[in-house]
Design a protein around this ligand. Structure first.
Ligand SMILES: NC(=O)c1ccc[n+]([C@@H]2O[C@H](COP(=O)([O-])OP(=O)(O)OC[C@H]3O[C@@H](n4cnc5c(N)ncnc54)[C@H](O)[C@@H]3O)[C@@H](O)[C@H]2O)c1
Length: 360
């Protein structure tokens, strides 16, 4: 085992701890970022990605771990925020020894950090990592895991969308609304099912012909459009970005005809000024990290011993949280993204403070 070091200045980014891990034999170079443990152990996935540089890997883990603290806080979890990155091409270097070396580093944190899947890591990888550490979620069903997290991610997005619909049109349903879904992947497919069951008309698009085929076969009533630009310009009431980040940018927001944006994609706002642009155009944006928390709720449930019904109940509460955020945003005269951040910070401060009450 190689280097194990913490940066001496995590305070400059507000992080509690940043740990660099290296194992030369397997080629493992990982960084674990713990933003906050105010609410409990930090939970967040491991991204395995061929970053251009160590600086790029570090910047990503700092950003992602902070995001997880806010997401977990608003999901009502007793978990803080963390994330890890493994720097390298998973196609080239991922293997049993590397994953187990990584698992041993996670174990050394003694439960301050729980890992899970992210871009480049899968349920089967978590099963391998779990051979070295207890602090891993997102495992396979045969190992007591929650399985595919997109099930409750889609359910949570649907709940957030219901709250947004109620805020704008007075009733928590998408019945009779036209909803545009961009991205018919793992989450988008489930979301389309919930929308149709609720009585919505669905317009959708995907780059992948297989995804389009799936929709034609399973939901022939869905109208398919050529690409995301066509969807943005379409006559829709709700836009649901369910593909990649940056869906809301300087080109799409001015062209958008929907009154509401609620989708699963992470980092939908291309830059911080976009939330104001949305607000100026009278478009209600339900923050991505609030409505897409169903996945983390699902994997977090494994820590207690996975129970789908309990996790689903928690994901259903995304409806209440979204409602509260939209109300707060109106009361404070700020965009919902700002209101969400404030609510998350309040929970971290209020509940985190309780630890100062000595138990013995
Ligand atoms: N899966 C989860 O539990 C989960 C949890 C939280 C957030 N998210 C986020 O939700 C989004 C979707 O996740 P997923 O698991 O369904 O991913 P996925 O890879 O299964 O699906 C993404 C789909 O989007 C399509 N796509 C990509 N670019 C597109 C474009 N420009 N136009 C139209 N379609 C495009 C892809 O072909 C694919 O079918 C991602 O941003 C992900 O980070 C997922």
């Amino acid at each position: 085992m190689g280097v194990f070091a913490s940066t001496d200045d995590p305070g400059s980014t507000g992080h509690e701890q940043v740990v660099f891990c290296q194992d030369k034999q397997t080629g493992l170079r990982a960084i674990i970022g713990i933003y906050s443990t105010a609410l409990g152990p930090a939970l967040g996935g491991t991204r395995f990605y061929p970053y251009a540089s160590e600086e790029a890997a570090l910047a990503d883990v700092l950003d992602l771990s902070r995001g997880m603290a806010y997401k977990n806080a608003l999901a009502g979890l007793d978990l803080g925020g963390g994330k890890a990155v493994i720097w390298g091409d998973p196609e080239q270097i991922k293997g049993e020894a590397l994953l187990r070396a990584y698992g041993r580093f996670v174990e050394t944190l003694g439960g301050r950090y729980y890992t899970a899947c992210d871009v480049g890591t899968y349920v089967t990888d978590m099963d391998v990592i779990a051979r070295e550490t207890r602090y891993v979620t997102g495992r396979s069903v045969e190992h007591g895991g929650a399985g595919d997290s997109s099930v409750l991610t889609a359910w949570g997005v649907f709940q957030g969308m219901r709250a947004a619909a109620e805020h704008v049109w007075g009733s928590p349903t998408l019945s009779g609304r036209r909803v545009g879904v961009a991205g018919l992947g793992k989450v988008g497919k489930y979301l389309v099912g919930h929308l149709i069951a609720d009585g919505a008309e669905v317009v959708a698009t995907d780059l992948n012909p297989k995804a389009l085929e799936w929709v034609r076969a399973n939901h022939p009533q869905v109208e398919l459009v050529e690409d995301a630009s066509a969807l943005v310009a379409a006559d829709i009431d709700v836009y649901a970005p369910c593909a990649l980040g940056g869906a809301l940018n300087d080109d799409t927001v001015p062209a958008l005809r929907a009154r509401v944006v609620t989708g699963a994609a992470n980092n939908q706002l291309a830059h911080p000024g976009i939330e104001k642009l949305l607000a100026d155009r009278g478009i209600l944006y339900a923050p991505d990290y609030v409505v897409n928390a169903g996945g983390v709720i699902q994997v977090a449930d494994e820590i207690e011993g996975f129970n789908f019904d309990r996790a689903k109940l928690r994901a259903t509460r995304i409806y209440d949280t979204t409602r509260e955020i939209l109300r707060l945003a109106d009361d404070d005269g700020v965009p919902p993204a700002v209101a969400a951040d404030r609510l998350a910070e309040r929970r971290m401060a209020e509940i985190g403070r309780l630890r100062s009450i000595r138990l013995r």
